[in-house]
Design a binder for this molecule. Structure first.
Ligand code: NAD
Length: 637
């Protein structure tokens, strides 16, 4: 192949990109050739280091060759792109974990796919011509090839800024942002490469390196942090639009060129990635969730059309005004199940006890992500991809992680008595059921004395969230136990908050559900009043969902059939979230309030109303939003 030269010189495995006429853009074949060379050199004792460079002064590598992706994608063939990205990301992963030093020389443009091969090695050398960027949002993609790892690790909110604006970094900026390590005068690069070839020793790199003059990014950090600390694209755009400054104007101009859906997903992905459990694997997995869907559901094909096919630079983005619904972001970043990126051999052994409405889809998502899951449920239920055990103890034996998803605290305590003695040393017990704080703390104490980690991690998001892998986990326990559990939360959900010590997750859950119970009642009684005042339900929804009365119960889970997004109301109030489970949670909140002497009159009244509904008004077995027909049928007396 003439696009790339692969050879061994002295002690160095040498890879030179040689497509300077195309700014060394990486084709699929080049990607596969680099991977094959790395595989061969791994066990070749003559190769002490790998040196990557490129011909021409204008670019190390300006990105992946996207023309072929467009040609296949516009014909409805999404599999080609999915395979290209999966293979490319595996190469990025291989470079990152390569057991020998990988030294890259990054002159001119290093962008997108170029970052994937040039910025994951052990020694990344930059010079005066270097310009590094993650410009993917401009073609409707999120920063990928593992670039989101560097963005998530960059100082402050710099990652959001670089990812959404595609701003270019000079040598100094790239070192500051964590995309490069050493600045070396480009005139010295040939001699440095010759020394690496001759000696196979990387010591010469730091000796040749000097400090570059500071770049503009460091000085811009106060502005970047101030404007990019919001949790969504909308937040960022609002603060930028609210300021009359050169920085705000310039940043808005850069962002106006990019896909709003891609920018919103970039910000969400960085929020999810940051934290102690960040790994390259996690970054690539999340990136691939987006890219695998980018042709069919994202702006990618339109982005390429405008940039390189028609070259009109006038893409018609899906959300042109920048207001991207959170649901659209969630859909692009949902787990991919069987299609998820596979790095080989990373699966954990998991026991899952309680395969009911919630547990079964959660366990299935873990199995789909490549983990070895063994399940048990007294009712004999099973889950897709999960091996069945004959008892809770059998499901728990010899597992790295045991997860419980059970109806209440008494059952949890009984199951814990069976499984804790069966678990292997150092394993972690994660209870995702909603139970009383006391039971959560008792089980944690019991686990910890036997040397097990334990996390109480109740969830929010219902059966839809369990099936879609978009649950929110609120977790209590030690940092070490939370860190062990976090990779699994990332598969089963979209957010996990470490709320504090044992029991803190349950405390957060019952407070949340006390609000939920009270707002559902408030929403239902308001609809019933509106009905009686002759106000059409869809008009009521239109007003309230965008006015100060809005809430999750109105906007996302509307109790009125045929109004708002699909909800259990549209399915004859089949749960969903059963009224008796809401009654249980309200009971837990009042039990906790009693124990700590907290005044919770709304929670208490919600408890009474759900009790009446479940016990005397036929609410048992119905969704908790079935309060609406109940209110509608009643008068004031
Ligand atoms: P579910 O009743 O459908 O599932 C519970 C499962 O546990 C059942 O299949 C049951 O057979 C099994 N089980 C009971 N005792 C057992 C034992 N000793 N050993 C093994 N299995 C046993 O309930 P669900 O809706 O899946 O909810 C589970 C938990 O999640 C509850 O604590 C609930 O409050 C909470 N939760 C539910 C929702 C929701 O929308 N359904 C939302 C958030 C939280």
């Amino acid at each position: 192949m003439t696009d790339i030269s692969i050879r061994i010189i002295g002690h160095a495995g040498r890879i030179t990109l040689q497509r300077p006429q195309a700014l060394n853009a990486m084709t699929y074949e080049m990607c596969l050739a680099i991977e094959a060379a790395l595989d061969t050199w791994r066990d070749d004792d003559t190769v002490a280091v790998v040196v990557l460079d490129a011909e021409g002064d204008r670019a190390f590598c300006s990105g992946g060759d996207i023309a072929e992706l467009y040609a296949t994608g516009t014909k409805g063939d999404y599999a080609y792109g999915q395979k290209f990205w999966a293979d490319e990301y595996r190469l990025n992963h291989k470079i990152f974990h390569y057991p020998k030093p990988v030294i890259s020389f990054l002159q001119g443009f290093t962008m997108g796919g170029g970052v994937g091969i040039g910025c994951h090695g052990s020694h990344r050398v930059v010079g005066d011509s270097s310009q590094i960027a993650m410009p993917e949002c401009g073609i409707g993609l999120v920063p990928d090839v593992g670039g989101s790892l560097m963005l998530a690790l960059a100082p402050g909110q710099l990652g959001e800024y670089l990812g959404t604006t595609a701003a270019r970094m000079n040598a100094s900026d790239a070192i500051f942002a964590g995309f490069a390590d050493h600045y070396v005068d480009e005139a010295h690069w040939p001699a440095l490469i010759a020394t690496l070839e001759a000696t196979g020793d990387t010591g010469c790199i730091s000796k040749a390196a000097t400090s570059p003059a500071p770049g503009p990014l460091q000085a811009a950090m106060p502005d970047i942090d101030r404007h990019f600390h919001g949790v969504s694209l909308g937040d960022v755009l609002t603060t930028l639009k609210g300021e009359d400054s050169d920085f705000a104007r310039d940043t808005l101009k850069r962002m106006s060129r990019n896909s709003p859906l891609a920018m919103a997903c970039t910000i969400e992905a960085l929020n999810r990635l940051r934290g102690p459990s960040l790994t390259l694997e996690k970054a690539l997995d999340l990136e691939y969730r987006f890219t695998a869907r980018a042709m069919e559901h994202g702006d990618f094909l339109e982005g390429i059309r405008a940039a390189i096919i028609d070259k009109d630079r006038n893409p018609k983005w899906q959300y042109a005004d920048g207001s991207v619904p959170p649901m659209a972001v969630s859909k692009m970043l949902m787990p991919l199940g069987k299609m998820a990126l596979d790095f080989g051999g990373t699966g954990m052994k998991i026991g899952f006890i309680g395969l009911g409405n919630m547990g079964a889809p959660m366990a299935a998502n873990l199995a789909k992500a490549g983990h070895e899951v063994t399940g048990f449920d007294v009712a004999g239920t099973t889950a897709e991809g999960v091996t069945s055990a004959t008892s809770a103890a059998e499901a728990a034996a010899d597992q790295d992680i045991v997860i419980t998803m059970l109806p209440n605290g008494d059952i949890l305590r009984a199951v814990a008595n069976d499984v804790i003695p069966a678990m292997k040393a150092g394993a972690t017990l994660i209870d995702c059921s909603t139970v009383d704080v006391e039971s959560a703390r008792a089980v944690a104490a019991q686990a910890e004395v036997t040397g097990l980690g334990c996390v109480d991690a109740p969830v929010s998001g219902g059966i839809g969230g369990a099936a879609g892998g978009t649950l929110t986990f609120m977790a209590g326990g030690t940092q070490a136990a939370f860190d062990a559990a976090k990779p699994l939360f990332d598969i089963m959900g979209q957010k996990a908050v470490h709320c504090g010590d044992a029991g803190a997750g349950q405390a957060a859950k019952i407070c949340n559900n006390m609000i939920l119970g009270a707002t559902m009642i408030a929403t239902c009684e308001a609809f019933a009043l509106a009905d009686k005042l002759g106000l059409a339900r869809d008009k009521m929804f239109d007003v309230v969902s965008t006015s100060s009365g809005y809430s999750w119960t109105m906007n996302a889970y509307c109790p009125a059939p045929g109004v708002g997004p699909t909800s259990p109301a549209d399915n004859d109030y089949q749960p969903g979230f059963a009224a008796e489970l809401m009654l249980k949670d309200l009971g837990l909140s009042q039990q906790a309030a009693e124990a700590v002497d907290a005044d919770t009159p709304m929670g208490q009244r919600a408890l009474e109303l759900y009790q009446q509904f479940v016990e005397n008004e036929g609410g048992k077995g119905k969704d908790f939003s079935a309060m609406l027909p109940r209110f509608f049928a009643r008068g004031r007396g």
